[in-house]
Design a protein. Sequence first.
Length: 299
Amino acid sequence: MTQEQIVQCVPNISEGRRLDVVERIIDQVRQTEGVQLLDYSSDHDHNRSVITYVGDLASVQEASFRLTREAVHLINMEEHQGAHPRIGAVDVIPFIPIEGITMKECVEGATALAERINKELDVPTYLYGEAATNATRKNLSNIRKGNYEGLKESIHEESRHPDFGEPKMHETAGATVVGARMPLVAFNVNLGTDRKDIADAIARCVRERNGGFKNVKGMGVVLEERNQVQVSMNLENYQATPIFRVLETIRREAARYGVPVVGTELIGLVPQQAMLDVAKWYLQLEDFDSDQVLENRLR
């Protein structure tokens, strides 16, 4: 990995139950020179896996293409069921600038990858985030509207045409979204109830588009294996809207329904500062400095 240039990539694939298939897809990342696999996790109820790796831009592009090629071969969206919104075998591929690279360069890299995926794999591709070609598509949820089944019916409409490719879905792999964004925190709050209407109501309270916290996206999800529901969120700017503020709001809203928060989840990796902010707030630390963390001082 080129130390002077670090790009993080966090593809989400539409498979979280057949773990042998997930491993075969992730092997494509492991086998790509110049890339370091950092983390991956699979969720049965979401039927989705989140993969995190870093490297220089060219290596991350190559790993992402190989991962997509394998997923297109192994995942059939006609048979896919899961709680999480998705439009394709590889649902989304974000490029995230970490060190020695600009957002503009990540946008260019994402755009080139989206074009290659369409050209070589015949999968229609969309650009989102900082790579979006219009304001509506900056928001990933606008592209995902209706999920795989809905896009399959509406992709022929001009407003839903892909950025690359003909306006028709790949017969088994659907469509893919590629883009560039800043780091986010994928944070889920599990509730001690099986009532999805409560999770939906709380999600509406905290997400930005319904008047909640800025930079927060959220939805209610059923966790069938646990007989619980979850408020599943992306916190797109943890500095402006920290984890603890969202969590405490959810606790208060849940209490209105007599429902406890029984656990939380972080999906993928999280910036250290986001967790230090949580510790500082809950411990009510006065004049706390991150250099007081032993590992930071040693570093």
